[in-house]
Ligand binder design. Structure first.
Ligand code: FAD
Length: 448
């Protein structure tokens, strides 16, 4: 344990050495620097190192190791997991958001703190895209390494299937590359094992041609929700992998039912598929071709509210379940932005490689209750709504978990998310790269 004066000297040296900024309790800017998307996450880290480049990350990790501090990583700040980081060092990557597109190689290099919006805006002008989260402010690093899902997964596979390489600063403050040729076992573990193995200062992702992207977005009354879900379900079941989207019950001055049918193609093709949905009663619609990067902004929730969310991966979406989802949406916490969402999986997700530590490939649907609220008086009621929404769909659960879409729900859920058969292998990778478990504020894998 470092003495107070050693810690003081080390902090002064860190401030001196970093190109980026350093914040400690009492510093102007500390409170702003520690704020994240979810107002419920009130963390008080010992030090926040806002790194400007990979050398800063190395320096910050070295500082933490010298002082025996655990290390939390902040990318987009959207994570629900590992929030209890009081006393830790935060490696804050948000300044590192450069994106370099290589259209000839159909690849993009994304710095560790870039958001989905940074990524999509950079690739859009080339008519290229890669699967990302469904909100522009979500961090690419947290999303990809955690095995997240997005609008393009049914066509191009989930983000982990598109990961070509990772530049990592390890727990020993060393810079390593992980790709199919260099450190392949570490590379495998980064396909779903999240921030367990180090700080990703950059990720390289495969790009795909996406010259056109079309959507049918319908706003309807909640009583027509079950009809919309059934129509959407049949379109997805019969349609090509290019079809995706979601049906969501959404709190927006009352509950509404929004249906977003996405199509990786032109408007004519979309309209041919969307007929049964467009025939249902609805209050407003937008149908047409939109830049993919703009579609990504359609569901961006408000930052600064209190949030809780979870998800269940389902075998099927029978009518009985469709009715249950509608009834549960009725009791949704009333703050605008709360959602009860149904996403289709399948397509290229199911067809993708089996060996990575993501477990949801065999699920057909994913249900994602997401509660937002402003009043601390709802701190028990709103998360309870999320838990109840998950509990009632569990009879249809595949048992798999999409870890990016859950918070701290215990080791069994982490195991289910990584795939039970992968855990020992991941624990060995953890022992090799982070034997002291300094990167523990995540869906934690303990070193064996
Ligand atoms: C509004 C919103 C929309 C979302 N949409 C989707 C969605 O469509 N699909 C989906 O699957 N998930 C979605 N999520 C969940 C999101 O993917 C996860 O919470 C993800 O972990 C967020 O990453 P982040 O970098 O933004 O968050 P952070 O809180 O900064 O990071 C979360 C964790 O990821 C790790 N991490 C982040 N960056 C790095 C890095 N560069 N190197 C190493 N580790 C890192 C760390 O362990 C960190 O604790 C959404 C969340 C929100 C709040």
């Amino acid at each position: 344990m470092a003495t107070r004066s050693t810690a003081h000297t080390a902090l002064a040296a860190l401030r001196e050495d970093l190109v980026g900024d350093v914040f400690a309790p009492g510093d102007p800017g500390y409170d702003e620097a520690r704020a994240v998307f979810n107002a419920l996450t009130d963390r008080r880290p010992a030090v926040i190192a806002q790194c400007a480049n990979a050398a800063d990350v190395v320096r910050a990790v070295r500082f933490a190791r010298d002082l025996d501090l655990h290390i939390a990583v902040r990318g987009g700040g959207h994570g629900l997991v590992g929030a209890r980081i009081d006393g830790a060092l935060v490696v804050d990557l948000r300044r590192m958001h450069g994106v370099t597109v290589d259209p000839a190689a159909e690849a993009v290099r994304v710095e560790g703190g870039a958001t989905t919006g940074h990524l999509d805006r950079a690739t859009q002008p080339y008519g290229l895209a890669t699967p990302g989260a469904r909100a522009p402010s979500t961090g690419v690093g947290g999303f990809v390494l955690g095995g997240g899902t997005g609008w393009l997964d049914r066509v191009f596979g989930p983000a982990v299937d598109n990961l070509l390489g990772v530049e990592l600063v390890t727990a020993d403050a060393e810079r390593v590359h992980a790709n199919a040729d260099e450190n392949p076992e570490l590379f495998w573990a980064l396909h779903g094992g999240g921030g367990n193995f180090g700080v990703a200062t950059a990720l390289t992702l495969e790009l795909h041609e996406l010259p056109e992207f079309s959507v049918a977005l319908l706003r309807g009354r909640p009583e027509f929700g079950p009809d919309a879900v059934r129509a959407f379900r049949e379109i997805v079941r019969a349609g090509p992998d290019e079809v995706g989207g979601a049906v969501m019950y959404l709190a927006a001055d009352g509950v509404l039912c929004g249906t977003l049918l996405t199509y990786a193609g032109g408007e004519a093709g979309l309209r041919r598929l969307a007929g049964p949905l467009l025939a249902l009663p609805h209050e407003a619609e937008v149908v047409g071709t939109l830049p993919y990067a703009d579609v990504q902004c359609l569901l961006e929730p408000l930052s600064g509210l209190r949030d809780h969310w979870s998800a269940e991966c389902l075998t099927d979406l029978p009518d009985e379940l469709v009715d249950l989802l509608a009834a549960r949406a009725d009791s949704m916490p009333a703050s605008n932005g709360s959602q009860h969402v149904i996403f289709p999986l399948g397509g290229a997700i199911a067809a993708g490689p089996r060996e990575y530590p993501v477990s949801y490939r065999d699920a057909s649907w994913l249900v994602h209750p997401f509660a937002c609220w402003a009043d601390p008086a709802d701190d028990e009621r709103a998360p309870a709504w999320v838990r109840d929404a998950c509990a009632e769909v569990r009879p249809w659960s595949t048992g798999a978990v999409c870890l990016d879409l859950i918070g701290d729900e215990g080791p069994e859920r982490v195991r289910a998310g990584l795939g039970a058969g992968n855990l020992l292998r991941l624990e060995k990778v953890k022992r090799r790269w982070d034997p002291d478990n300094v990167f523990r504020f995540n869906h934690n894998i303990e070193p064996v």
